[in-house]
Design a protein around this ligand. Sequence first.
Ligand code: PGA
Length: 256
Amino acid sequence: MSKTLIVANWKMNLSPSEALKKTKAFYTYILKHPKKIEVVLCPDFLSLQGILFFLKEKRTSLTIGAQDCFYENTGPFTGEVSPYQLKELGCTYVIVGHSERRIHLQESSELISRKIQQALRGNLIPIVCVGEHIKMSQKQSETFLEKQLLGSLENIVLHARQSLIIAYEPVWAIGTGTSYKASCSPEELTQKISLIKKCMKKRFGSHQEKSFSYLYGGSVTSQTAYDFIHQGNVDGLLVGTASLDQKEFLGIINAV
Ligand code: PGA
């Protein structure tokens, strides 16, 4: 990946009009500050259409992703949204397997693997989240991450020009502002990312290494963004809480 990727995961925090207002502000800022960064906004499903309509035919490095997708393209699946629908709207990315969905909606790695397969078929770039729930020893982490990664990527075949993003998001580090949760250190991140890369190489072979990018997510702020990118050996960041605060998010963009 030539550009650093900064992904904003807005979760279920904004109304469609608030999400559009934020997008407009980021768009104006990014226009004035062209950098080797791709900023990906991931609003909720309801906000996607308004945002993509606003960005249509504008030349910008702002791209859009969804926060989830279903594992079929069309059919009787009440309440679901498919990669096919997201692609037609103009989405480029889709987050799959976020820990909040694994926890609150009991999404299994098997289900996540089906979603990734459909996202790839629908020409979306999946951002696949993995991460331990609690701090673990190196050995335990290795076992946990390998199982979660291989389970989520089961049956995935990557064709030419397809790419996949792995976001390492330790669950214990997610949620800025809660003082009892410490963020992962850049040193810890380096260890985990090399473990994940080793696992990906074993799973897909070294010839596919260029098809993968790696992100870190978990309480990233404008103070820590630089270190995560430059010491953590990642290609970008997945930002939750701090992406809702304009000053903080622009601080992250400026810092990396
Ligand atoms: P956070 O969220 O930045 O608030 O920790 C990250 C995420 O959940 O993707």
